[in-house]
Design a binder for this molecule. Structure first.
Ligand SMILES: [Zn+2]
Length: 202
């Protein structure tokens, strides 16, 4: 099960047991819960194969919303020679791919999927102090955390205060994450070591 923008979805959001039936291929197999998807078509379950094979392109259904405005800004600075139409095309194509083929991250609030280096970033897990420490090696985990807060939240977030809410224990899976009423979502650039954090609470 490999997804460009979502590392280890079976661990971070879980799949159902064998008894469910995929709404697209109608096979009975472990599926993702699709009730949180956006769009006009209501789905209950989708299997990982159908999702990664792009079967959602057939439906008015998408699993998340990309931060397309920021993606366009990044693409523009990376490819100054491209025309506005070309940049819009490129951004729209990447956004559609993200929104149609990425497992649905369960969050408290709706927010836009972050991007870095001209691509949508990959969700790699729920933030905790040990997780940031693992990412940054021997340097300062708190500094990494403060630097990683996505621009959309930077103004309203007091990073120092927020660090107090970052779990002291590693969050190992979805069941573990549901014990917290404030969650930190950690993303990594597809092209660099840049880490992005979004957070929300119930
Ligand atoms: Zn299927």
């Amino acid at each position: 099960m490999t997804f460009t923008y979502f590392d280890q979805p079976a661990r971070w959001i879980g799949v159902s047991d064998q008894e469910t039936r995929c709404d697209l291929c109608h096979q009975q197999k472990p599926c993702f819960d699709a009730t949180g998807f956006f769009g006009e078509d209501e789905l209950a379950f989708i299997c990982p194969d159908c999702l990664s094979n792009g079967r959602l392109y057939e439906r008015d259904s998408y699993t998340c919303q990309g931060d397309v405005a920021e993606l366009k800004r990044q693409l523009k600075s990376l490819h100054p020679a491209l025309s506005k139409a070309e940049l819009d095309d490129l951004a729209d194509q990447k956004t559609l791919e993200l929104e149609k083929t990425t497992p649905h991250l369960v969050t408290w609030q709706d927010w836009e999927w972050p991007c870095a280096d001209g691509e949508y970033a990959r969700f790699i897990g729920y933030g905790s102090r040990p997780f940031y420490t693992k990412l940054v090696g021997n340097s300062d985990a708190r500094m990494l955390f403060e630097k990683s807060i996505y621009y959309t939240l930077a103004e309203e977030s007091d990073a120092e205060e927020l660090w107090e809410d970052v779990p002291r224990k590693l969050i190992v899976d979805y069941a573990d994450s549901s014990k917290y009423s404030t969650l930190f979502y950690v993303f990594k650039s597809l092209h660099s070591d840049q880490i992005i954090t979004l957070w929300d609470s119930d």
